[in-house]
Design a protein around this ligand. Structure first.
Ligand code: IMP
Length: 194
């Protein structure tokens, strides 16, 4: 079966394709000639994922899914959360975002944080939500070069290295996004849509 994944991000598309490992044929926004910058104006991850999926379903008519992810830090009342991409401003600069996070975490004893991904699926005009969470801690400096976003400052529980040190294979086997995608894949399989 074919499903549209509402992303322009090649890195994400490849990551999710790898997790679904050919079970479902994923089509990107570019492949349906959608080059729109879909608004993400909701105040929750669930809201943004639904906004994106509904946009594609309404404008292009395809069954589709959309994801939204945030880094939720306990000592910061779950910030940056839904605002993770623009924590340090509209430039969406990962270095600046991490610097702001590290500044705001100075002197905090509680370093607990989690990445949370929400996927919204629209299938046959029904909407479904799937969630993936990975718990960990925020360290005091940046370590590693793999991955993207906040990977250099996040160590997942039961590991001693950051996501950026662990690399894509290990990250993809445990990550928030992979857990949410696995739930999506299991759901689609149950529906015998694969
Ligand atoms: P998005 O919803 O996947 O676009 O994620 C929003 C923001 O959260 C990104 O711009 C990153 O700053 C951060 N983020 C999402 N996923 C990850 C990840 O796997 N590692 C590190 N940062 C991430």
């Amino acid at each position: 079966m074919k499903l549209v994944f509402t992303t322009h991000n090649r890195h994400k598309l490849d990551e999710v394709r790898q997790i679904l490992s050919g079970k479902i044929e994923l089509v990107s926004l570019d492949e349906i000639n959608c080059f729109d910058d879909i608004p993400e104006t909701a105040s929750t991850l669930e809201g943004n994922a639904l906004l994106k999926a509904r946009y594609v379903k309404e404008k292009y008519g395809y069954d589709c899914f959309a994801d939204d992810t945030g880094l939720e830090v306990e000592a910061l009342d779950n910030a940056p959360g839904v605002y993770s991409a623009r924590y340090a401003g509209d430039a969406q600069d990962a270095e600046a975002n991490m610097n702001r996070l590290l500044d705001n975490m100075q002197g905090k004893e509680n370093r607990n944080a989690r990445f949370r991904t929400v996927i919204a699926l629209i299938l046959d005009n029904n909407e479904y939500l799937f969630e993936g969470i990975i718990n960990g801690t925020i360290i005091t400096g940046k370590r590693g070069t793999a991955g993207f976003g906040y990977d250099p400052v996040f160590i997942p529980d039961r590991y001693t290295k950051t996501f950026a040190e662990l690399g894509d294979d290990i990250k993809n086997s445990i990550s928030h996004r992979s857990q949410a995608v696995e739930k999506l894949a299991a759901f689609l399989q149950d529906k015998k849509i694969d």
